[in-house]
Design a protein around this ligand. Structure first.
Ligand code: GDP
Ligand code: MG
Length: 440
């Protein structure tokens, strides 16, 4: 998918110390292809790639980031801009009720979304009213009544013999009389954009003057979703878009194009069939998700603040020369601590299944780190640099000094030896990679 393709491209950049104009152009060619393949609108892709390229070349690279990281940062920022920079709130009317009209093609997910929104507002201490204004689709009214029942929200319905315009109008009166402060109108859809539908929706709009007209589009339809958005926007001047079925195997194109093409923000996304499967749309989170980065940028920024570059370089050289000692190990642990708790850190690594994190006992790990620190601190400088001199009487003294046991000291020494061997192997591989012996 899109995420995977972009990650491949960035992986190539990551290893580079310096980026040439050629590197950037080559990477942008790949980004362009990946976006087009993900069904992002052609014009949007072109503009996007141009602005990233312009910023990536020519600009001073931030000292704290490698050039590769810098390009990723720019791409991320431009993706965020493309989707609207900040999250877009629902326009709540100062004079209740706030009227929200949901429009869109048949099957896009309007009726489901109406109930999801009702639940969302209910959880925010509002008192929604659902309105059944789809009188054409068989069982549409029943569907809304069932959903309303599941979340204990009243559903205003007048059957299918009354016009949707009159139903909508009556529902507002009902809401006023019954202290319902948000009215959510579920309208009919068609398989395609058609004139009858548009005329009916225009009439409802005129009659109830909604605070929000939200277009519900199926994200799985890609480019089509964007075309649909354009048509609805031209006729109804919508106030925002809701993308549904983002949980499916979507190519992500719709999320990236809708704002650029219509000028209207995405406000919510549907991520499943359950009524709680609703998320407020945050452009920056979506951008991170698309780049498959978790919150990798935050991680880069945090690391930058905490780790002294010079020290990191020294450490690297020590590792390569096999001079890494327990003293360095202690120092590295202290640097790690500055980065925050282990759990928070791991959460930010892309591709980590957060649900699995619960299986790991982080507190145990952190207690272990405290112990290790105490042990190393109880060693003399000489012992830290050359652990092989630590005989049993020294071990006894260290254990006593750190409030641990001889087994603890042995464990640390063994682990350290193991780690040192692993580091050695690792740095050998790295050296080979630099020489170009390995290729991925
Ligand atoms: P409407 O014709 O626009 O009112 O669409 P419906 O609300 O009846 O939804 C059509 C189908 O899409 C139903 O089977 C819903 O369960 C499903 N659906 C709606 N939203 C989502 C979503 O976010 N994810 C998934 N996977 N299915 C959804
Ligand atoms: Mg419906």
């Amino acid at each position: 998918g899109l995420t995977q393709k972009l990650q491949e491209t960035f992986r190539k950049l990551r290893g580079k110390g310096k980026l040439t104009e050629k590197d950037v152009k080559e990477a942008m060619r790949e980004v362009k292809l990946a976006l087009l393949e993900a069904d992002v609108n052609y014009k949007v892709v072109k503009d996007f790639v141009n602005s990233v390229t312009e910023r990536a070349i020519g600009q001073e690279v931030m000292e704290s980031l490698t050039p590769g990281q810098h390009v990723i940062k720019i791409v991320h920022e431009e993706l965020v801009n493309l989707m609207g920079a900040k999250e877009s709130k629902i326009n709540i009317s100062p004079k209740p009720p706030t009227v929200i009209m949901l429009v869109g093609l048949q099957g896009a997910g309007k009726t489901t979304m109406a109930a999801k929104l009702a639940l969302h507002f209910k959880r925010n201490n509002k008192h929604p009213l659902l309105v059944a204004a789809d009188v054409y689709r068989p069982a549409a009214i029943k569907q809304l009544q069932i959903l309303g029942g599941q979340i204990d929200i009243p559903v205003f319905a007048l059957g299918d013999k009354i016009s949707p315009i009159d139903i909508a109008k009556a529902s507002i009166e009902y809401a006023k009389k019954n202290a319902r402060d948000i009215v959510i109108i579920d309208t009919a859809g068609r398989l395609h954009v058609d004139e009858d539908l548009m005329l009916e929706l225009e009439s409802i709009k005129k009659e109830v003057e909604p605070n929000e007209i939200l277009l519900v589009v199926d994200a799985m339809t890609g480019q089509d979703a964007v075309n649909v958005a354009e048509s609805f926007n031209q006729r109804l001047d919508i106030t925002g878009v809701i993308l549904t079925k983002l949980d499916g195997d979507t190519r992500g194109g719709a999320a990236l194009s809708v704002k650029a093409i219509t000028g209207k923000p995405i406000k919510f996304v549907g991520i499943g069939e359950k009524l709680s499967d609703l998320e407020i749309f945050y452009p920056d989170r979506m951008a991170s998700r698309i780049l498959g980065m978790g919150d990798i940028l935050t991680l880069i920024e945090k690391a930058q603040q905490a780790i002294d570059e010079k020290k990191a370089l020294e450490m690297q050289q020590k590792l390569e020369k096999q001079e890494f000692t327990l003293e360095d190990f202690l120092e590295q642990m202290q640097q790690m601590k500055k980065l925050g708790s282990l759990k928070d850190l791991i959460r930010m690594i892309p591709g980590i299944d957060v649900s699995k994190l619960n299986d790991i006992d982080f507190e145990e790990n952190e207690r272990e780190m405290v112990k290790i620190e105490a042990i190393i601190k109880s060693m003399t400088k000489e012992e830290r640099r050359n652990p092989s001199i630590i005989n049993s009487s020294r071990k006894k003294r260290i254990a006593k000094g750190s409030g641990t046991s001889i087994q603890d000291v042995n464990k640390l020494l063994n682990n350290f030896e193991q780690a040192r061997k692993m580091i050695k192997q690792f740095s050998d591989i790295q050296k080979h990679m630099k020489k170009g012996k390995f290729k991925f």
